[in-house]
Design a protein around this ligand. Structure first.
Ligand SMILES: Cc1cc2nc3c(=O)[nH]c(=O)nc-3n(C[C@H](O)[C@H](O)[C@H](O)COP(=O)(O)O)c2cc1C
Length: 340
């Protein structure tokens, strides 16, 4: 199976089939805010702006990496980039493996002309470092799309469930460390929906990474996407055993925050509303990432993406108001969140 065919299938299934976890939630539903009837601030003075990896964002929101390398990606990335630029948010591009292997696919990844000011993340699977990719390729992934930082995603379960998956994850840490040493831009490690543990985070911090995106369980479920993609009955059955596998986003976030006290942490995996975003930031995230709902919106138009994100931002703003947090840093340190 070609990389392109696989990507088209992932996109089709993500757009048209139910692929969210059904038996695991993000864990954010276990938390509530303590409403403050006396917030002592003016709603119009709430400031959502943050600085992340050296760039200013109008709100602490990242459009998580999804597509690139296929024709359909041009429209999706265009609509995502236009919304990111218009709202002053950050955006990741989907895995650039195709771009490194065939530079003619560049137009499916490039969005800098549409979004000259945004914090833009390049993206590669860390596993590619065990399958011939080098630090030079990582540098290329950043330079070719004029990105500000590189996301290396880790996806052992997804690779294990793909018939054509790359499953030799041995000795990756040293290679990630070399990328961190030699790349002139921040290197962020991200999962794709199974979360990052405290142990993994500690090792990655020692390896020199600049940030972590937990991409925990509770949103898009990759074992389900691979189950729907499989043609053989045994493969479908094997994938189904992992339908509830993964560290819920809230739990991964709390673990990673403790293990990486000083690093920027992005919470993603099942973030759907401004309340989810507020809870994740209150639990220690510096920003949140959203993927699948924005894919569906981008399939319609840039305006639909923008409308979805505006609602998330407005709900986040009101949530901050109702707990008396005038800035994102105040929300991050709020005592007004509890687990029940
Ligand atoms: C169609 C699709 C393609 C994706 N491709 C990538 C990718 O290339 N690189 C990556 O780091 N994550 C990729 N992801 C994972 C998302 O960035 C995100 O971590 C995951 O979907 C969980 O977030 P969500 O629950 O908001 O969808 C992809 C997700 C979707 C839906």
């Amino acid at each position: 199976m070609t990389n392109e065919k696989r990507k088209n299938e992932h996109l089709r299934i993500s757009l048209h089939e139910p692929v969210d976890f059904s038996g695991v939630s993000t864990g954010l539903d276990r938390y509530s805010f303590i409403h403050q009837a006396l917030p002592e601030i003016n709603l119009k003075d709430i400031k959502l702006s943050v600085k992340l990896f050296g760039k200013n964002l109008a709100a602490p929101i990242v459009i998580s990496p999804m597509v690139g390398g296929i024709k359909y990606a041009v429209r999706i990335n265009r609509n995502l980039a236009l919304a990111a630029q218009s709202l002053g948010l950050a955006m990741g591009i989907g895995s650039e493996r195709c771009l490194i292997e065939s530079p003619s696919s560049a137009k499916t990844y490039k969005v800098r002309d549409l979004a000259p000011d945004i914090l833009l993340f390049a993206n590669l699977g860390a596993i590619q470092l065990n399958y011939g990719f080098t630090v030079k390729d990582c540098r290329k992934a950043v330079e070719l799309i004029e990105a500000d930082a590189l996301i290396l995603h880790m996806n052992p379960l997804q690779e294990a469930l793909q018939p054509e998956g790359n499953t030799n994850f041995a000795g990756l840490l040293n290679k990630i460390a070399a990328v961190c040493r030699e790349l002139p831009v921040p290197v962020i490690i991200k999962e794709v929906g199974c979360g990052i543990s405290a142990e993994a985070a500690r090792k990655l911090v020692e390896a020199g990474i600049t940030g972590i995106d937990v991409a925990g369980a509770g949103g898009t479920c990759w074992s389900e996407i691979e189950r729907l993609r499989s043609t053989g009955e045994p493969e479908k059955r094997i994938a189904s055993h992992f339908a509830n596998w993964g560290i819920p986003t809230a739990d991964s976030l709390v673990m990673v925050r403790k293990a990486a006290l000083k690093l920027p942490v992005i919470a993603s995996g099942g973030i759907r509303t401004g309340i989810d975003a507020a809870k994740a930031i209150a639990l220690g995230a510096d920003a949140v990432g959203i993927a699948a709902p924005l894919l569906k919106a981008a399939d319609e138009s840039a305006e639909t993406v923008e409308a979805y994100l505006k609602e998330v931002i407005e709900v986040l703003r009101i949530a901050m108001f109702c707990i008396g947090a005038p800035k994102v840093s105040d929300l991050k340190g709020t005592p007004f969140i509890y687990q029940f």
